[in-house]
Design a protein around this ligand. Structure first.
Ligand SMILES: [Zn+2]
Ligand SMILES: [Zn+2]
Length: 147
């Protein structure tokens, strides 16, 4: 069931960010919904707002966060509801050549959520660094829960 939360959104280049309602879909295969307990909005998010990283407005800001897994999609076996997690903006696959060599920083197959969070009118949001963790109400989806 889609959840309604509040998140920090940059709608257009240079305009003030706003705290607005965000719709969070149920987790798809390989995804988890995490109830965010803490999230930073940093200078990188400012670069998104300024249009310096991409022009994919509107952006859902926040990419440094921690929380508790709330629900998981099909095929998720390494986290379960109730697990405390830190969100990785470069979510590694755990299975490619680099990951298997113990060098996940060079992962060839990092993951992002496939089911978009949206504004109330259905406009898809571009999550900052693939995360968009600023929703403060309850939760947000994470694509990267390793299988
Ligand atoms: Zn940052
Ligand atoms: Zn990898």
């Amino acid at each position: 069931m889609v959840q309604r939360v509040r998140g920090v959104v940059a709608r257009s280049q240079g305009s003030p960010v706003e705290l607005t309602t965000v719709l969070v879909p149920d987790p798809g295969p390989g995804e988890a919904v995490v109830a965010v307990r803490a999230c930073g909005v940093c200078h990188t998010d400012l670069h998104y707002r300024e249009g310096e990283i991409s022009d994919g407005f509107p952006f859902l800001l926040g990419h440094e966060a921690a929380g508790v897994v709330e629900s998981v999609g099909a095929d998720v076996t390494t986290v379960a509801p109730g697990d405390h997690v830190v969100l990785n903006w470069r979510a590694v696959c755990g299975d490619c050549r680099a990951c298997r060599r113990g060098r996940p920083q060079y992962c060839f197959a990092t993951r992002n959520a496939t089911r978009a969070m949206t504004l109330e009118d259905g406009t898809p949001l571009s999550p900052a660094l693939g995360i968009g963790a600023s929703p403060t109400g309850r939760s947000w989806p994470r694509a990267s829960a390793p299988r």
